[in-house]
Write a protein of this length. Structure first.
Length: 265
């Protein structure tokens, strides 16, 4: 949560990155009387992305921002949950009362659009990124890629894995390697997975599948001895076939250019 702060002047706060975190923070700051500037290096918004599960904390944040009902319009509110094994089939299934919501499942692009509704267009500069960030005693000087320099009271890095803010402002960090890799994909292929949210367990791997509207989103996580080069479709195919169930068929319906893999955090 963002503590209440005293408003001083327009664009006193710079948010680097217009993703989910950056937009949510800007919305919180707006509720506190601030008008932050958001810079996003992409020239235009993209609607691609994976399925996100919004649990209790996520739902509370959206409710506080006044975006929860908007998100519900594009999200799935599953009432049934299955756990399956690649060897033994259905292990367990549970259902929720109709009036109870455990989580909402929504595509990242749809969630991003909902959060963007609370941000005035003139707060956002697309195709812009900082090239130099210098912290002074009473301000932060930021030089952008168009060679202009502005002063801010606070700079927030919300610019993802390859963060410019982290590179510019911090030295006490290091990249850590993990042996767990996660692929996130979606398909509009008509495969009968039912209405439940499904977790399928395989050897050192798991598939997580849910239907959101007319599309199916699924994540596949696996421990691998050798780090694959993204998008690593061969490694993904091997894991999907090992886990089984509907995962190989779902993979057949995905666009190879939209699949992704990343080391687990």
């Amino acid at each position: 949560m963002v503590d209440e702060m005293t408003h001083t002047d327009e664009s006193e706060i710079l948010i680097v990155g217009g993703g989910l975190a950056g937009l949510a923070l800007a919305d919180y700051l707006a509720h506190q009387g601030h008008e932050p500037l958001i810079v996003e290096q992409a020239p235009q918004w993209r609607d691609s992305g994976y399925v996100i599960g919004l649990w209790e904390v996520g739902l509370a944040v959206l409710d506080e921002l006044g975006r929860l009902e908007t998100v519900r319009e594009d999200a799935a509110d599953p009432k049934g949950y299955e756990v399956r094994s690649s060897y033994e089939g259905l292990l367990t299934r549970t259902t929720l009362p109709a009036e109870q919501t455990l989580l909402l499942a929504i595509y990242r692009g749809d969630l991003h659009t909902a959060l963007r509704e609370g941000i005035p267009d003139d707060w956002i500069q697309m195709g812009t990124s900082p090239e130099r960030i210098v912290e002074q005693t009473d301000r932060v000087d930021v030089t952008f890629d168009d060679r202009t320099t502005e002063k801010f009271s606070l700079v927030v890095g919300a610019d993802g894995v390859h963060s410019t803010v982290r590179e510019q402002c911090f030295t006490d960090w290091r990249l850590r390697e993990y042996d767990m890799y996660i692929w996130s994909l979606r398909t509009s292929q008509d495969i009968d997975i039912g209405s439940d949210m499904v977790s399928v367990w395989g050897p050192s791997s798991e598939g997580f599948v849910t239907r959101v509207g007319d599309r199916v989103g699924f994540n596949l996580a696996a421990r691998l001895d050798i780090p694959p080069e993204p998008p690593a479709r061969d490694a993904l195919r091997a894991q999907a076939e090992t886990i089984g169930w509907h995962l190989p068929a779902l993979l057949d319906g995905t666009d190879e250019t939209r699949s992704s893999t990343a080391s687990a955090m």
